[in-house]
Design a binder for this molecule. Structure first.
Ligand code: FUC
Length: 817
């Protein structure tokens, strides 16, 4: 072989190698056990906070940028908010209610809007803000590195950053431990004595010019191996900041030296180093801030110091996997599945990568496990992750879609306990909710509107355009009932029954007759944030605030009617199961029958309001009047077929776009319409336009966790549904997902399923009965059900439903479905 030939071959080989290395570097491979369904990875650091990777244990959270020069890890503690215990209740507001209602019935919405604004809004009109707690800066000074890779392994909850610098391979691992209440950061290298960095734990200030910069913090070194941060929360809207906090970094180097100079800790020539972050506030609950944040931190640190990194990691992962490993979903893998996650999000627009849907499904489960644990606060607008002292929408609890969406997947995703924080918040809201019911509406029971915060305030806030949404509490109460449907836990039902009853009692007092009909309506009411087009509705100038507004104020929005239809029928079932309040039950079912029926507008869509108003905003992001199809149970393909075309027409006019959460909702809605390809195409559009490369959802150029959690529900809804009272497998299977497997997914009635399919046909199905209820399953005529290998009796019902009794704890295998 001539030298030229040899030279050409060497060049070719080098090219192949480098490209394979490049490919190897930029694609992962089956060979090294990479699982495209459970690992997010990137070949460069986060360029902004929204691209950082999250860890959390339900109470404390962190975002890891993965930088090699100056690493930044941003921390949160879920109870660090502005303000302190306060009330928004305005005494005597109810005296103006009849006048407001009259204006609305008389077609004078702007007068009603203004009077509502003056008499029924809560005060202060704004609520408190979730705050960022601290930033840890690690100065490695290793700017240009090779073989860079950062990843989040959803199977373990560990964020890993790896790279080569100066011929040494460095690895950083970060994870949160719910067992030891710490976030651990471990830095290692494959050459002894190579670990050198400075560390500083910095507080975060409300910007000096903001009118509520009354917070402060103090940074200190502590002893030989700790950094300490203490501070107080900001006053806001006249509510004094009552929260004190303390955060610590405890450093444990192996080898090398460690020193502290002022607020800077330095580690030199160590073989490895571990940093432990702990933090706490004096928050006990929404009306009590008497805890000792310093003692809490001391106790947590003492526990960490008695343990070792390996033990802490072992128990943290075991605790995390106890939740995560309950469910596994597998969809077809393609070559693109091995690309970095941000590149997969681009490539899926032109060629299939179903396992990216699996990754999104699992990421949603991960975020719930990391932001909502029994005993913690519910996941707020950003879960628990927020780096801003003035976050969008205060990163609080918006309940005219957002907080609800956060929990749409919790039951089917086999994470039922993680709904406890939401249940507790709803219970806590009944406190001020009852005072608001009395003073603002002259009604019994409790009411809650479209926003709350750490302090569980419940009055209308922000303005009448948004605050006239009176069914926020009722909507949240349907989640409590859903928890019962999935668990069949009667003790739980007894415990939450007073919440359901209180919400029903409010509406039994608040509902009024719609003039000229026998219908009962909410008045005032709105279809969230969507201004009707019709008589009396126009933009107007409000001389008090000096601003122009549109109003959404109506009587009997369709979403109100649908939520109350669900609440009333759930109440009916609950009181029957518990055999209590038969008289109230009778009145409630009469009232339910008088709620405004679903109506089809002159444009063939489902009417969004009792009146057939037009749409001022054609592609409005909220699809509130489709609550009844999803997550509600008022509209269905089988029970209300006459409404399906109007619903589809409504969705066609709304379009497949808008914010991340809006697209997650539409994915769920098209799944309920049994159109998997439409749902899947909306999912891809979401990845393209309304998701960060971190798979965090976007709303109005802001991070919002609801879209991500809503997509987890949407993906599940394409593969299994049970809202109709029977198990329905593959109801909306996208054509790209022809083969797959889904195990550990839960269904109403207390069932847990393992099933797989090939060429869109179910090939195996195992049903675990966790509550011993009767199982109804949509199946073909040849279906056979076996228990302990023996075929059991089944009853065929209409619509291809087969029914069989089950025993608690028994698994049933189904063939010929
Ligand atoms: C509602 C939505 C907004 C945003 C906010 C948090 O107001 O209409 O898009 O998601 O909640």
């Amino acid at each position: 072989m001539s030298s030229i030939m040899r030279l050409k071959r060497t060049i070719l080989l080098t090219l192949i190698c480098t490209s394979s290395v490049l490919i190897a570097q930029n694609t992962d491979s089956k060979e090294n056990g990479f699982d495209p369904a459970t690992v997010l990875w990137y070949d460069k650091p986060a360029s902004m906070w929204e691209e950082a990777l999250p860890v959390g244990n339900g109470r404390i959270g962190a975002m890891v940028y993965g930088k090699s020069g100056e690493e930044k890890i941003q921390f949160n503690e879920e109870t660090y908010w502005s303000g302190g215990p306060y009330s928004q209740v305005v005494k005597g507001g109810y005296k103006k209610l009849p006048e407001i209602q009259k204006y609305i019935f008389n077609g004078e919405p702007i007068k009603a809007h203004k009077l509502f604004g003056r008499a029924l809004m809560g005060y202060p009109v704004e609520q408190q803000k979730y705050q960022s707690l601290a930033n840890l800066h690690l100065f490695f000074g290793q700017d240009s590195v090779d073989n860079y890779r950062r990843s989040l392994d959803l199977k373990t909850g560990v964020v890993t950053v790896e790279y080569t610098y100066g011929g040494v391979n460095y690895t950083k691992e970060v994870f949160a431990s719910a067992v030891d209440q710490t976030i651990a950061i471990r830095i290692t290298a494959d050459k002894p004595g190579s670990i050198n960095f400075d560390a500083e734990l910095r507080g975060v200030r409300n910007s000096a010019h903001s009118n509520y910069a009354t917070d402060y913090f103090r940074m200190d070194g502590l002893g030989k191996d700790q950094l300490k941060l203490t501070g107080k929360s900001a006053d806001y809207m006249g509510v004094e900041g009552k929260l004190r906090y303390e955060a610590r970094i405890k450093a444990v180097p192996e080898g090398g030296t460690m020193s502290i100079d002022g607020t800077m800790l330095s580690i030199k020539n160590a073989d490895a180093a571990t940093l432990y972050f702990v933090a706490a506030t004096n928050f006990v609950n929404y009306k009590d801030v008497s805890a000792d944040e310093n003692k809490r931190v001391e106790d947590m640190l003492a526990k960490v110091q008695q343990s070792s990194f390996d033990a802490i990691k072992k128990s943290a992962l075991a605790d995390y996997k106890e939740y995560f490993d309950r469910v596994s979903l597998t969809l077809p893998t393609t070559d693109n599945s091995f690309l970095p996650t941000d590149k997969r999000m681009v490539e899926i627009q032109s060629s299939p990568d179903p396992q990216l849907s699996t990754l999104c499904y699992n990421f949603g489960r991960y975020l719930l496990i990391s932001s909502s644990r029994p005993g913690t606060q519910p996941a707020n607008l950003q879960g628990i992750w927020n780096n801003d002292m003035n976050p969008a929408w205060d990163s609080k609890y918006t309940t005219n879609i957002n907080t609800e969406m956060n929990y749409w997947a919790v039951e089917s995703a086999n994470l039922s306990e993680l709904s406890e924080p939401l249940t507790t918040m709803v219970k806590e809201l009944t406190d001020q909710g009852a005072k608001v019911a009395k003073e603002h509406y002259g009604a019994d029971g409790w009411v809650f509107h479209q926003n709350t915060d750490l302090w569980r305030v419940a009055a209308p806030m922000d303005g009448p355009t948004w605050g006239t949404f009176t069914v926020g509490g009722a909507w949240l109460t349907t989640h409590l009932w859903e928890h019962y449907l999935f668990t069949q836990d009667k003790e739980y039902l007894k415990d939450i029954y007073p919440v359901m009853k209180g919400s029903v009692e409010f509406f039994m007092d608040f509902l009024v007759e719609y003039p000229g009909t026998d219908w009962l309506v909410t008045n005032p009411s709105n279809s969230p944030e969507n201004p009707p087009e019709g008589k009396g509705y126009k933009y107007f100038y409000d001389e008090i605030t000096g601003m122009y507004y549109f109003t959404t104020i109506v009587a009997g929005s369709t979403i109100d009617m649908q939520i109350l239809k669900d609440l009333f029928s759930y109440y009916d079932s609950a009181s029957e199961i518990l055999d209590v309040d038969p008289e109230l039950r009778k009145q409630v079912s009469i009232a339910r029958s008088r709620l405004v029926p679903s109506q089809i507008g002159k444009d063939g869509t489902l009417q969004e309001w009792t009146e057939d108003y037009g749409q001022m905003e054609k592609n409005h992001r909220h699809a509130s009047h489709l609550y009844g199809l999803f997550p509600g149970n008022v509209i269905s393909v089988t029970r209300t077929p006459e409404l399906i075309e109007p619903v589809k027409k409504t969705l066609e006019l709304r379009g497949d776009g808008a914010s991340g959460w809006s697209r997650a909702w539409k994915t769920c809605l098209w799944a309920r319409l049994r159109d998997g390809d439409r749902a899947n195409s909306i999912f891809k559009g979401y990845l393209k336009e309304q998701a960060y490369s971190s798979l965090f959802a976007i709303c109005a150029r802001q991070f919002q966790v609801d879209g991500t959690l809503g997509m987890t529900a949407g993906i599940s809804e394409m593969l299994i549904q049970s809202q109709e009272g029977y198990l329905d497998l593959l109801p909306a299977l996208p054509s790209e997902w022809a083969d797959g497997q889904f195990s550990g997914v839960c269904a109403r009635g207390g069932f847990e399923l393992d099933f797989s399919w090939k060429d869109k046909q179910i090939t195996s199905l195992e049903i675990l009965s966790k509550a011993g209820t009767t199982c109804s399953l949509k199946a073909g005529s040849k279906v056979k059900v076996f228990s302990d290998g023996k075929q059991i009796k089944t009853k065929k019902r209409k619509n291809q439903i087969v029914e069989f009794n089950t025993e608690q704890g028994k698994t049933y295998s189904v063939q010929g479905i």
